[in-house]
Design a protein around this ligand. Structure first.
Ligand code: FES
Ligand code: FES
Length: 154
């Protein structure tokens, strides 16, 4: 049996250890905020946090999760997460929305590790998250706005 934490709650899995984490979160836990895009770790739509770092849950097998802490979009609860979500709304970042759960997860991980990212820091952190609606300029602006609002609170 594989035991780990999902959004602060202890969970376990007795099934196929090769099943992707994304299936567990969406189909077993009914948390559908995380999206399936490419299925091969190339688009970022399925991004979650594993011990605070972004991972592609479509390509992360259940077998590596024992004792780890997983966060999906539903479990975000931190000052950087609130700042990112507020900036996303203020700047109306979203277009179709399909990629945005993954975008937000990568942006929150970035801001949690680097509270004042440069444009190149943002581009490097976000390069694995594809947006077919090309919201990249608004994403970058929203990350800067979130960083500014965090700095004002500090
Ligand atoms: S669905 Fe996981 S990276 Fe595309
Ligand atoms: S908002 Fe449509 S794919 Fe990114």
């Amino acid at each position: 049996m594989i035991e780990f934490t999902l959004n602060g709650k202890k969970v376990s899995w007795k099934g196929d250890p090769n099943m992707p984490l994304l299936w567990f979160v969406r189909d077993q836990q009914n948390l559908t905020g995380t999206k399936f895009g490419c299925g091969v770790a190339l688009c970022g739509a399925c991004t979650m946090h594993l011990n605070g770092s972004p991972i592609r849950s479509c390509s992360t097998p259940m077998s590596v999760l024992a004792g780890m802490s997983v966060t999906s979009i539903e479990g975000l609860d931190s000052a950087p997460a609130k700042a990112i979500q507020d900036a996303w709304q203020a700047l109306d970042v979203v277009q179709c929305g399909y990629c945005q759960s993954g975008q937000v997860m990568s942006a929150v991980a970035l801001l949690s590790q680097n509270p004042k990212p440069s444009d190149s820091d943002i581009d490097a952190a976000m390069q694995g998250n594809v947006c077919r609606c090309a919201t990249y300029h608004r994403i970058r602006a929203a990350i800067h706005q979130a960083a500014d609002s965090l700095a004002k609170e500090a």
